[in-house]
Design a protein around this ligand. Structure first.
Ligand SMILES: [Zn+2]
Length: 241
């Protein structure tokens, strides 16, 4: 980059990476000075070949929070599901605060309620907690039916020749490998196999399951009844409606 004046100004980014070893996944933070998030991810890939860009930090290529700020991580538009990181000075401390008095409070929201909190000693610890908690969070948040719909949305998302998202998808930024998004689907629901899903999940696909309103089990199809019940074949045959 010889002509600094013509180039876009470089900004600092924190890119959160997951690397797999014998112990499991480890989170690594890569500091990039890049024009935009896609550029930062490209640099991280060059530095850590084969790494996963941690999806939870996909809009977390960011700075530490300032006091009083809150960061929403993988939050839905209604603010009912997701994580919030808050940075506040604790109320019970009198006089001058030491650095150790500051902490990051992480909240996990499910269906509009806070179901879990964690007081993290550092911003990085807050992110790592979210990384550990998110697969359980997402498996509750996304049903198989919801994943089928998201899969079809992903099929409509432009991808480069190299297999990278050319447009943001959910909380994944542009520049993330499509295979990382596939792995996220599989991590959220072990019954979901990206290799078996196909390009589009329509009616009759084995992943399309419908809850029976009588016995509660999921069935590949249900029969609608005049009273509004939707029954699996076994319950329909037993003629309870
Ligand atoms: Zn049934």
């Amino acid at each position: 980059m010889n002509n600094q004046q013509a180039a876009a100004p470089l900004m600092p980014f924190r890119v959160y990476l997951l690397e797999q070893d014998t112990e499991g996944f480890n989170e690594t933070i890569f500091i990039a000075h890049a024009e935009d998030m896609a550029h930062a991810i490209e640099q991280a890939r060059n530095a850590y070949p084969g790494c996963c860009v941690n999806w939870i930090a996909s809009h977390g290529a960011n700075w530490f929070l300032a006091q009083g700020q809150a960061e929403h991580v993988a939050m839905d538009e209604d603010g009912e599901w997701g994580f919030i990181i808050r940075f506040d000075v604790p109320e019970e401390v009198d006089g001058d605060c030491e650095l150790d008095d500051y902490s990051y409070r992480v909240e996990e929201w499910r269906g509009g309620d806070i179901v879990d909190t964690y007081d993290a000693p550092s911003y990085q610890a807050a992110r790592e907690w979210i990384s550990r908690e998110h697969s359980g969070h997402c498996s509750t948040r996304y049903s198989l039916a919801a994943l089928c719909d998201l899969w079809n949305d992903l099929s409509d998302t432009p991808v480069t020749d190299g297999g990278y998202l050319d447009q943001a998808f959910m909380f994944f930024p542009r520049g993330v490998s499509r295979e990382e998004v596939w792995r996220w689907f599989e991590s959220v629901n072990p019954d979901f196999k990206a290799g078996e899903a196909g390009g589009f999940i329509g009616e009759g696909h084995p992943y399309r399951q419908y809850p029976c309103s009588s016995c509660g089990t999921d069935a590949p199809s249900v029969y609608g009844c005049p009273d509004g019940a939707e029954l699996c074949e076994a319950c329909f045959d037993s003629a309870q409606h």
